[in-house]
Design a protein around this ligand. Structure first.
Ligand SMILES: *Cc1c(COP(=O)(O)O)cnc(C)c1O
Length: 341
C-alpha cells in the first residue's frame, strides 16, 4: 500500500479529509448493516434533533504503526462501551459494541494510506459519533439516528519535546453532580468553550475544574483527567462521578500498579493537597500525558518541583511505559492492542 504524500511530522491537529468513512442509520427501531462511503458530507433535516437539542455524543481514539510495521489501535472495546454509556444517558440507541470495533477496523483499513509511519509521532485520529437525525421540535429524543466514524491524520502532540503547561483554577463549572460529566456528550464541550477561550485570553493553557457542589475537590480539565505524583512517589487520581472516565488514565493507573509496581490511589483529591504534590499531568488520547508545571489559583501560584522545562521523572516513566506498550516496544496486557493489519 502506497502511503499518501504527507509531511507527517509537521501535521497539526486539524481535519484532513480521508478516503472512506463508516455510516449506519437507525430507523424503525433498528440499525441498518452500515457501509463505507466516500461522501464526507452529512445531509439532515433543518429540524434534526441534534441541531435543535444537541442530542449527540462521540468518541476519540488513534490508529498508528508499531515498531514492527503493524497498524493497530489501542483498546477500542473501551471506546465502544463508553459510547454505550453515553448513548444510554442521552436516550440514544446503542450501536452494538462488537460492530463498533469492527467499524473502527474497517475505517482504518480503508484509510491505511493515511496511517502515519512508525517514528513520525503522527497518528490517525478516529472519531466515532452519533446524532439524532430526524425532525424534532417538541423536546423529546429523536426517532432516527446516524452513527458515523471518520479518520483524519494528526501530527505529533509534542513538537520538540513535552513542555510543561500552565493551567488556572476555573471559576466556571464543567459538570454538575448527577449531571452528564461522566459521558462524552457534545454538550459538555459546547458549554466549556467560553471558559477555555477565556483561559487562553488570560494566558493559560487549560482550566482546572473543581467539583461544582463544594469547589474544594479537583475534577478534570475540559478534555483530560488529572494524575498527581505525591512526594513519596504514589500515583493519585481524583475519583468523582462527574469526571469522564479517560481510557488513557485508566491504562496509566494499571501500568503504574501492575507493570511498574508503583502504589496507586483513586480517591477524592482536595485542591488544598495539590500544593504538596511532586508532579502533575493531564491524561487523554491526544497527548497521553501532558505535564503541568504551574497552577494559577486566582493569582496564587503552585509551582511543581518538576519545573517548567521538562516532564517530571515519574510522569516520564509512566509516559514511556504506556507509549512503549502502544508502539509495540513493550509487551501489552492481554487485549489492549487491536491489530488491524
Ligand atoms: C475524552 C475525554 C478525556 C480523555 O479520555 P481518553 O479516553 O483518555 O481519550 C478526558 N476528559 C474528557 C472531558 C473527555 O471528553
Amino acid at each position: 500500500m502506497e502511503k499518501k504524500d504527507i509531511d507527517w511530522s509537521n501535521l497539526g491537529f486539524g481535519y484532513i479529509q480521508t478516503d472512506k468513512r463508516f455510516v449506519s442509520n437507525f430507523k424503525d427501531g433498528a440499525w441498518d448493516e452500515g457501509t463505507l462511503t466516500s461522501d464526507a458530507n452529512v445531509v439532515i433535516s433543518e429540524c434534526a434533533g441534534v441541531l435543535q437539542y444537541a442530542q449527540t455524543c462521540f468518541e476519540g481514539l488513534k490508529a498508528y504503526t508499531t515498531e514492527d510495521g503493524k497498524i493497530v489501535c489501542f483498546r477500542p472495546d473501551l471506546n465502544a462501551s463508553r459510547m454505550k454509556d453515553s448513548c444510554e444517558r442521552l436516550e440514544m440507541p446503542v450501536f452494538p459494541e462488537d460492530r463498533f470495533v469492527q467499524a473502527v477496523v474497517d475505517v482504518v483499513k480503508a484509510n491505511a494510506a493515511y496511517v502515519p509511519p512508525y517514528g513520525s509521532g503522527a497518528t490517525l485520529y478516529i472519531r466515532p459519533y452519533m446524532f439524532g437525525s430526524n425532525p424534532v421540535i417538541g423536546v423529546k429524543p429523536a426517532d432516527e439516528y446516524q452513527f458515523r466514524i471518520f479518520a483524519t491524520p494528526v501530527g505529533p502532540y509534542f513538537k520538540g519535546g513535552a513542555k510543561p503547561i500552565t493551567i488556572r483554577v476555573c471559576d466556571y463549572d464543567r459538570a454538575a453532580p448527577h449531571g452528564t460529566g461522566h459521558i462524552k456528550a457534545g454538550l459538555n464541550y459546547a458549554m466549556s468553550l467560553y471558559a477555555i477561550m477565556d483561559a487562553h485570553r488570560q494566558g493559560f493553557d487549560e482550566n482546572m475544574y473543581l467539583d461544582a457542589a463544594t469547589r474544594t475537590k479537583v475534577e478534570e480539565t475540559g478534555g483530560a483527567n488529572f494524575i498527581f505524583v505525591t512526594k513519596d512517589g504514589k500515583i493519585v487520581t481524583p475519583k468523582s462521578n462527574s469526571i469522564l472516565p479517560s481510557i488513557t488514565r485508566r491504562s496509566l493507573m494499571y501500568v503504574a500498579e501492575n507493570i511498574l509496581g508503583m502504589e496507586v490511589e483513586q480517591r477524592e483529591v482536595y485542591f488544598d493537597e495539590v500544593k504538596d504534590m511532586a508532579e502533575c499531568g493531564l491524561c487523554g488520547t491526544a497527548a497521553v500525558i501532558s505535564p503541568v508545571g504551574k497552577i494559577n489559583d486566582h493569582g496564587k501560584e503552585i509551582c511543581f518541583p518538576s519545573g517548567m522545562e521538562e516532564m517530571g521523572p515519574v510522569t516520564k516513566k509512566l509516559y514511556d511505559a504506556l507509549t512503549g506498550i502502544q508502539m509495540g516496544r513493550m509487551e501489552a496486557p492481554e487485549g489492549w492492542i487491536k491489530v488491524i493489519q
